[in-house]
Design a protein around this ligand. Structure first.
Ligand SMILES: Cc1ncc(COP(=O)(O)O)c(C=O)c1O
Length: 385
């Protein structure tokens, strides 16, 4: 390995790194071997043995474990966290619960990940709520808190934005967003899918109303188990639009005549979870907490900074802000004369795995990457360009 920054996590936990330079956590993160093993163990046990050694009581306890892990990650009490399948599921549930109507507006941005805006756009067809997508697509590099603030007024019922933008890498300040939402009495729905696992998040201290994250990106976990934090005052009011046997205080009471909702954020969970994905989430959170999320942020920022400098040397237009407080693990760049998909495909041929997004190329740097990955990606790019 070359001199420079070593990986934060043991690279041997990520065997695919022997084959490729993996800079694609923003799309699908790599699960370290201990996380894969935890999922295989529980998944295999349920697949092969059903309820043998997995009775109703054990099933309930097994369901509690990933919730407790997610709560630890977010500095929250376990009652304030639900384990959902993915961010999108929680965003939809929350949208249909809040159900803002005609005369109100929901503020987001036109460059957001579609799952952040779609629930509201769909809801608007039923309720007539105005969905204000603050304009940033024409000049993505200019995106900031001001972009969002410019669309907010006293009729704003909800602000729904990502912590870190999937297609530009901008990181917004959650405290400033909370202040903005509070100033007009709006609910802040905060999508941390591109930041949870990289940026330390103390949800109660920040005061966010709703925080969602899928598990399979920067959390290094598996598809099928994501996180939704609800501030206590929020879940107490939440009358979930989707309910099922698991939404209740005591699922194994099997009372089909009333809906005694769980007295916690768990009321958002309505059906049998993907237990193996939950085991992966638990192990992944422990893995990341052992590394230390502050250390993860410092590492990802440093590597992304190294990459950024190299990209600029190669003549790229970098859309991601340079300041450490305004970015996380993502760097997005445009290359004059190149379409993102073509360049990403050429990089893949050279063994460098990235994603094309909005005409640009997205590079994601995480705990298993080191400076040699950055150098190899830059060398491959130089060759292609
Ligand atoms: C901000 C954001 N939210 C949500 C998602 C994915 O949603 P889901 O995991 O529900 O498919 C992504 C994926 O790129 C994302 O960037």
């Amino acid at each position: 390995m070359s001199a420079g920054r070593p990986a934060l996590a043991p690279r041997s936990d990520f065997p695919v790194l022997e084959e490729v330079v993996y800079l694609n956590t923003g799309s699908i993160g790599l699960e370290p071997l201990p996380v894969q093993r935890a999922a295989e163990e529980l998944g295999g046990q349920i697949a092969g043995r059903g309820t043998v050694g997995f009775d109703d009581e054990i099933e309930k306890r097994v369901g509690d474990i990933p919730r407790a892990a997610a709560a630890r990650l977010l500095g929250a009490g376990p009652d304030d966290v639900a384990v959902v399948t993915h961010a999108t599921e929680a965003l939809c549930q929350v949208a249909w619960w809040l159900k803002p109507g005609a005369g109100e507006n929901v503020v987001s941005a036109d460059l957001e990940f579609p799952s952040v805006t779609y629930p509201w756009l769909r809801l608007a067809r039923d309720t007539g709520v105005e969905v204000r997508l603050a304009p940033a697509l024409d000049d993505p590099a200019s995106f900031s808190l001001d972009t969002i603030a410019g669309a907010v007024d006293e009729r704003t019922a909800v602000i729904c934005v990502s912590h870190v933008q999937y297609a530009t890498g901008h990181r917004l300040d959650p405290a400033a967003l909370v202040e903005l939402a509070r100033s007009v009495d709006a609910t802040l729905v905060f999508d941390a899918t591109q930041s949870a696992g990289v940026v330390p998040l103390d949800a109660p201290a920040l005061g966010v109303d709703v925080l969602v994250s899928s598990g399979y990106k920067w959390l290094c976990s598996a598809p099928g188990a994501g996180i939704c934090y609800l501030r206590p005052e929020i879940w107490e009011r939440l009358d979930p639009p989707f309910v099922g046997w698991k939404s209740t205080e005591d699922a194994i009471a099997f009372d089909a005549t009333t809906i005694p909702l769980a007295r916690s954020a768990r009321r958002l969970e309505y059906s049998t979870p993907a237990y193996a994905a939950g085991a992966a989430l638990t192990a992944a959170v422990e893995y990341l907490l052992d590394l230390g999320i502050e250390n993860v942020l410092a590492h990802d920022l440093a590597l992304a900074g190294e990459l950024r400098q190299g990209l600029e040397r190669l003549g790229a237009e970098v859309l991601t802000p340079a300041h450490d407080d305004r970015r996380a693990g993502i760097v997005i760049a445009r290359f004059p004369g190149w379409e993102g998909p073509d360049l990403a495909a050429r990089l893949a041929e050279a063994g460098v795995i990235v994603s094309p997004r909005l005409g640009s190329v997205r590079f994601s740097l995480h705990v298993f990457n080191d400076s040699s990955d950055v150098e190899r990606a830059l060398a491959a790019l130089e060759e292609i360009l």
